[in-house]
Design a protein around this ligand. Structure first.
Ligand code: FMN
Length: 557
């Protein structure tokens, strides 16, 4: 398969449109190789070609049929067009049309057609010229980016022109708005996710045609209109009032602020203060109901303050450095309300949230955190707690009823897993409680079963600390961005400590329950075994806010 790429961006290979084209081409090549063929690709960069404008002399029709009188690079272009099975026209949208040099190249297509007048079968326009060469089976694709937020209605004149040149419905298009975002490394997680669909489109194009679902994904906006326009306005680095160039770090901070999602506002205005230690500059971002605003005079009262070098913050934004890891390593500090950091993805990450074309979640950066996979199938702690609680509440008082209630709870718990994901702890708990209930039902000593149940429960928590995901993290990660949280050292150490604390508590409860029952003080058990976990619950709520905030502020290394 011969493929010709005509790259008509004046930026050459730095072109946004060319990034899409290259990716589309990768998809085509993959598909060609998959079907046992080989793709021969020739790329032309219009800016490097010498192509003068058409002279309008019609000598390519009269004096030298099929041959232009101008001797420049167009001769080669025409030959390659005849050689190619697929021609990809890659260009930026300029004034709702193609860039001038490409229009020159298109005007110079005249030698490819014969002069005679012909009625068009597709009814486009009021006549056309028959082709001079057999073009049967040749295919065309147009790939382009434009600067406005959407490609919709922006390409009317381009499509109208190619309808006339190629015939309506005979060519494929990939048109993408917000094109300049492909040049912003901080947004690569979103643009890469888009490119994954472009690659898929390339595969499908070669296999027959771009599928409806892929086309729908390609037509989705990279970012919502409002977010994009705020980012685009900020990106010029020009002060709105004075029209003068502004400090780079301010432009960067404004772009970050533009990503704020006001629908994440929870009734509380926040002021994020960023102090770039290497530049000795401080900016404040007000995060409110109506959106975000950057303040440079320090007049706001900060609720969260980040102290970082500008270099580091840029790298984190680009996704080159893991922000959570850097925080755990004390490479930057966070003071004040740490809650903003734990909800960072909600505030700044979700504007362009989506998964890659193959279902993989996109990575970090400003744009798209690896989001919560299967958000409606999160596990719930009640899934494994209920059987234990039922057993502990009834078995010490009425062993037979307790045994039956324990088994009933284990039998009913799976109902929860219709809507919630089941974890290994749900499974262990189900088997454990069912086993202990049977022990009691078989008339074996209830004291041993109850104390053993607390010990087993405590051991489950403690042993999970030795694995890669401590028990509490298996559930709480869904409140902190899903699987992304597992890469956050602060989240993991907080959960490891808390899980160990719960494990130790239940080992103790197992021991004192034994002594209380042994000493005839079983009635006290009801009280102590409720109060102690309740106190631990309070401690957990406090610790999971206090500990990460303390570490983030650079204390307790
Ligand atoms: C001279 C000029 C005209 C442009 N006209 C339009 C336009 O009409 N509509 C639009 O959405 N973007 C327009 N843009 C923005 C470009 O299409 C956009 O920046 C595109 O992503 C550039 O692609 P490239 O990197 O492949 O050259 C224009 C840009 C320039 C420089």
């Amino acid at each position: 398969m011969n493929i010709l790429v005509i790259n008509a961006s004046p930026k050459g290979k730095r072109s946004n449109s060319y990034r899409l084209t290259k990716t589309f081409l990768e998809g085509m090549t993959e598909e060609e190789e998959r079907s046992g063929g080989k793709a021969h690709v020739t790329e032309l960069c219009v800016k490097d070609l010498e192509i003068g404008p058409c002279l309008g002399c019609f000598s390519c029709w009269k004096q030298t049929p099929g041959e232009c009188c101008r001797k420049d690079d167009m001769e080669r272009v025409l030959k390659l067009q005849l050689w190619a099975d697929v021609t990809i026209w890659s260009f930026p949208l300029y004034y709702y049309s193609v860039p001038g040099p490409l229009k020159n190249l298109i005007d110079r297509q005249l030698p490819l057609v014969l002069p005679y007048m012909e009625e068009r079968e597709d009814g486009v326009g009021c006549g056309s010229h028959p082709t001079r060469y057999d073009m049967t089976g040749k295919r065309t694709a147009l790939i382009s980016t434009c600067g406005f937020y959407s490609a919709r209605n922006n390409y009317d004149s381009v499509c109208s022109m190619f309808d006339h040149i190629c015939g309506k419905g005979t060519y494929e298009t990939v048109f993408c708005g917000q094109g300049e975002l492909f040049a912003v490394p901080e947004l690569s997680s979103r643009t890469d996710a888009y490119l994954a669909h472009v690659r898929k489109a390339g595969r499908e194009f070669l296999a027959g045609g771009i599928r409806e679902e892929t086309r729908r994904r390609l037509e989705e906006l990279l970012f919502p209109k409002e977010t994009f326009e705020a980012m685009a306005d900020a990106s010029w680095g020009i002060d709105r009032m004075t029209g003068q160039k502004e400090e780079e770090s301010l432009t960067f901070t404004r772009q970050m602020a533009a990503l704020y999602r006001k629908d994440a506002w929870d009734g509380k205005d926040r002021v994020l203060e960023i102090y770039y230690t290497d530049l000795d500059r401080t900016y404040q971002i007000l995060l409110g109901k109506e959106g975000s605003r950057v303040c440079t005079d320090g007049s706001l009262s900060a609720t969260t303050r980040i102290e970082t070098t500008y270099t580091l913050w840029r790298k984190i934004a680009e996704g080159a450095v893991d922000g959570a890891q850097a925080l755990a390593e004390h490479r930057y500090r966070v003071k004040g309300d740490f809650g903003l950091m734990t909800r960072w993805d909600d505030f700044f990450g979700g504007a362009g949230r989506e998964e890659g074309a193959d279902g993989e979640a996109a990575s970090d950066g400003w744009g798209v955190p690896a989001g919560i996979l299967e958000p409606d199938r999160k596990p719930v702690m009640s899934g494994f707690l209920i059987p234990w609680i039922v057993f502990w509440a009834v078995a010490p008082i009425r062993p037979t009823t307790g045994g039956m209630a324990g088994i009933a709870a284990c039998a009913l718990a799976p109902l929860l897993f219709v809507r919630h994901r089941r974890t290994i702890y749900d499974l262990i708990s189900g088997i454990g409680v069912a086993g202990l209930s049977l022990v009691v039902l078989c008339g074996l000593p209830v004291r041993g079963a109850v104390c053993g149940s607390y010990l087993l429960f405590g051991l489950m928590w403690l042993l999970s600390c030795l694995g890669s995901i401590p028990l509490s993290a298996s559930y709480s990660m869904y409140e902190y961005g899903g699987k992304t949280a597992l890469r956050n050292p602060l989240f993991m150490s907080t959960n490891r400590i808390l899980t160990a604390a719960w494990g130790v508590l239940y080992l103790f409860i197992g021991l004192w329950t034994f002594f209380l029952m042994e000493g005839g003080l079983g009635w006290m058990m009801g009280l102590t075994n409720i109060v102690a976990p309740a106190l631990m619950g309070g401690f957990t709520a406090w610790f999971q806010r206090w500990y990460p905030a303390r570490r983030a502020a650079g204390k307790g290394r």
